[in-house]
Design a protein around this ligand. Structure first.
Ligand SMILES: Nc1ncnc2c1ncn2[C@@H]1O[C@H](COP(=O)(O)OP(=O)(O)OP(=O)(O)O)[C@@H](O)[C@H]1O
Length: 264
């Protein structure tokens, strides 16, 4: 069976990630192999400093891989131009937004940049996609608000709508639940799950919300000290993958409830 017929959208082969200067190479993680299926919600988890952001930055071509191959829709990422990449993959980062003076509508409209001319003129098709993106994340009534007027939870929805407006097969989010309360963390991840089901897009996000990711994701990529493991949450639980995620002195993974608890 070809890779295409298995609906694999993103694949890492013998990937090694890290940082290279003229003097030295720092390997953050190596021997990374995974295949991500189209239309799935995929959570990337691991302890602080293990390399989640480094892996995401490598997958979105913001930094080069040290070695190995990344295939996006069967094509080597190295030979994909930035313009083509923007039509295949959109990115939601948690860094402070510099354009908070824009209205919600204007910010979401920026998602159309790979398709508009240099002045950014919007066609009827662009407008229709922007409106449906606003509706898909339930923020149509916020469209005329300025971004600085929004709560962190509302802003995160706006950034997701912008990624939807970019109309790519893959959306990558770096820690989309940071700064959110428990309800909004669950709300955003549930929204991402709903979007994969409704749109067939593949959504990959990094998070420290391991319990929620176990409940909501189709697939998880778990970064540990010595390896990177990928699979369905229930498979990973039965293999004992989460037990070795953190030092055992303080928290334990309970495989019956699929969640972590404080050691008494
Ligand atoms: N620009 C950089 N140059 C060199 N090393 C870096 C750079 N950025 C991060 N690192 C190192 O790479 C390792 C992985 O960092 P990374 O930010 O990818 O981890 P993370 O899992 O996303 O962490 P967190 O959960 O705390 O956000 C760390 O040891 C970090 O110090």
């Amino acid at each position: 069976m070809s890779k295409k017929s298995q609906n694999i959208i993103l694949k890492a082969e013998q990937l090694s990630i890290g940082y290279k200067t003229k003097k030295a190479e720092t390997v953050v993680a190596s021997n990374i192999n995974f295949e991500l299926q189209q239309g799935q919600l995929i959570g990337l988890v691991g302890a602080n400093g293990i390399g989640k952001s480094t892996l995401l930055r490598t997958l979105i071509k913001v930094q080069p891989a040290l070695s190995g191959t990344i295939l996006l829709d069967d094509k080597d990422l190295k030979s994909t131009s930035t313009t083509d990449l923007a039509k295949q993959l959109s990115i939601v980062l948690t860094e402070q937004l510099t354009s908070k003076n824009l209205s919600v509508y204007e910010l979401v409209a920026l998602g159309r940049h790979p398709y508009t001319n240099w002045i950014g003129n919007l066609t009827d098709k662009d407008i229709s996609i922007i409106n449906s993106s606003l509706k898909q994340v339930n923020i149509f009534d916020l469209k005329d608000k300025r971004c600085y007027e929004l709560s962190d939870g509302q802003l995160q929805k706006v950034m997701i709508a912008r990624a939807l407006a970019q109309d790519t097969d893959v959306i990558v989010l770096d820690e989309p639940t940071t700064h959110l309360d428990m309800y909004h963390k669950a709300y955003i991840l549930k929204l991402l799950q709903k979007l994969t089901k409704e749109t067939g897009k593949t959504i990959l996000f990094s998070s420290h919300e391991i319990d929620l990711a176990i409940q909501l994701c189709d697939t998880m990529i778990v970064m540990r000290k010595d390896d990177v493991v990928c699979g369905q949450p229930c498979q990973l639980i039965s293999k004992g993958v989460f037990e070795s995620l953190f030092p055992e002195d303080l928290i334990l993974f309970d495989d019956k409830s699929g969640s972590f608890r404080i050691k008494k």
